[in-house]
Design a protein around this ligand. Structure first.
Ligand code: FES
Ligand code: FE2
Length: 454
């Protein structure tokens, strides 16, 4: 239902592919401002791809639901009586009223507030007032259930797609997407803390996404957090030990990595010794991962302490064990949803500390996001100007200076200095998704993760 329809005439395949030139790293800034491109993104990226819905711990019991979005379509992720998770389009099949108004909760069924049609947790139309009288028994309830998206999960993270042709979630994520989600669970099972923090920034959603690979801005944009003593940039940046992993369909992970020779030393340690090593490290250093993390993330992924993006819009960050959805709300507005996680078995004091850290780093009250949001909204505003949108954005850092290596699981990665390999991979994938009319065309024409020089 999502594929092959409503292609705006303004943008043909050739024009879309020319919006980003991987050979020069120049990006046409209309990708951050054009309304027709935005409409096409809803169809060709969000309706077609796998979108993060919620974590299983948010909907533990039958009837538990969480309302979220696929693009701008509101959906209800709900656990039914059999324990299965359904993702239902939040629109009544009678006249289209939104069924569920709360952001999350527990329900026995969903009753429309307009005329009282009643739907089960699996989307079935259970009943409607006046079935035998006003409708004369003519209403075929079996054909009027809520529209259901495809739902699959990995490590307890639920995703949904409106496309019947999308590959399985496992194949969609590929090695790099699975490493990204594995990073969340590297120290053990996690649970989502109640209260997803939501705020709106006047920026294009892709500017928020490309920033997560941007370790160039950290020293400058976030200097105030450093000088306030909130964190020590030199302890988190590691500009010479960077690794960018480039995955299928645009997934990528970029940021600091443990050098192989140090990882070799870690691999020889017991989990107890690793914990002792973590305690002896500077305050902002990442906790050393246990040996089980290598099974989950592979020998290359386990070295990464960067930022994964599950294409298109799910950012994972370990500074507070958080995930952030960048939900599109027009070409120049993005709604950010911050999900905070804690280890399931952690004691209350550790959970409290982790939540404090999460609240103070990102999210609407976070020190870092306040710096970032202002830059993103001003970059978006300038991308809409008649003269300024004709100037390209430059994403050429490190171009031609990277060598792609291949890990034992087929992981493709580049090590070295701070670079813009991740951003280039994002925009290249974006043009391929946008140019393809359906999944078959995307599968046939998208670039596999690169090898050789990049
Ligand atoms: S619109 Fe839902 S019952 Fe009429
Ligand atoms: Fe930032």
């Amino acid at each position: 239902m999502a594929d092959g329809t409503q292609v705006p005439r303004a943008w043909d395949r050739h024009e879309i592919l020319s919006l980003f030139d991987p050979a020069s790293g120049v990006l046409d800034r209309r990708v951050h401002s054009d309304e027709a491109l935005y409409r096409l993104e809803l169809e060709r990226i969000f309706a077609r791809g796998w979108n993060f819905m919620c974590h299983g711990s948010q909907i533990r019991e039958p009837g538990d639901y969480f309302v979220t979005y696929i693009g701008e379509d509101q959906v209800i992720a709900v656990r039914d009586e059999e324990g299965a998770v359904n993702v239902l389009l939040n629109t009544c099949r009678h006249r289209g009223n939104a069924l569920c108004r709360a952001e999350q909760g527990r329900a026995k069924s969903f009753v429309c507030s307009y005329h009282g049609w009643n739907y089960g947790l699996d989307g079935r139309l259970i009943g409607a007032p006046g079935l035998s009288t006003y409708y004369h028994g003519d209403l075929d309830r079996s054909r009027l259930g809520l529209v259901k998206a495809r739902v699959e999960e990995y490590l307890g993270f639920y995703f949904a797609t409106l496309s019947p042709d999308a590959p399985s979630l496992h194949d969609y994520l590929g090695e790099v997407g699975r490493i990204g989600l594995g990073m969340m669970c590297a120290y053990g099972e996690v649970e989502c803390v109640d209260g997803v923090q939501k705020n709106i920034i006047d920026c294009n959603w892709k500017i928020a996404v490309d920033n997560l690979f941007d370790w160039y801005h950290v020293t400058y944009s976030h200097a105030s957090a450093d000088s306030a003593g909130f964190f020590d940039i030199s302890e988190i940046l590691h500009p010479k030990n960077q690794m960018v992993m480039l995955g299928e369909y645009g997934h990528a992970i970029g940021g600091p990595a443990t050098p192989q020779e140090i990882q070799d030393q870690i691999d020889a340690l017991s989990d107890e010794q690793r914990e002792a090593m973590s305690r002896a490290q500077p305050r902002n250093s990442p906790r050393v991962r246990p040996s089980s993390a290598t099974d989950l993330m592979g020998p290359v992924g386990v070295r990464s302490h960067g930022h994964p993006n599950i294409f298109p819009n799910l950012w994972i960050t370990m500074s507070g064990l958080q995930m952030c959805l960048r939900l599109p709300r027009g070409p120049s507005r993005t709604e950010l949803w911050w999900f905070t996680f804690v280890p399931k078995d952690a004691h209350a004091e550790l959970k409290r500390k982790m939540i404090w850290q999460a609240n103070h780093v990102f999210g609407p009250a976070g020190l870092l996001e306040q710096d970032d949001g202002e830059n993103w909204s001003q970059s978006t505003r300038a991308a809409g100007g008649l003269a300024s949108r004709g100037l390209g954005a430059r994403i050429g850092m490190g171009l031609g200076h990277g060598a792609v290596e291949e890990g034992p699981r087929g992981e493709r990665y580049v090590e070295g200095l701070v670079s813009e390999h991740g951003q280039r991979w994002l925009y290249r994938a974006w043009t391929e998704w946008m140019a393809a009319r359906d999944w078959a065309e995307l599968e046939a024409n998208h670039a596999p993760p690169p090898s050789g020089a990049v």
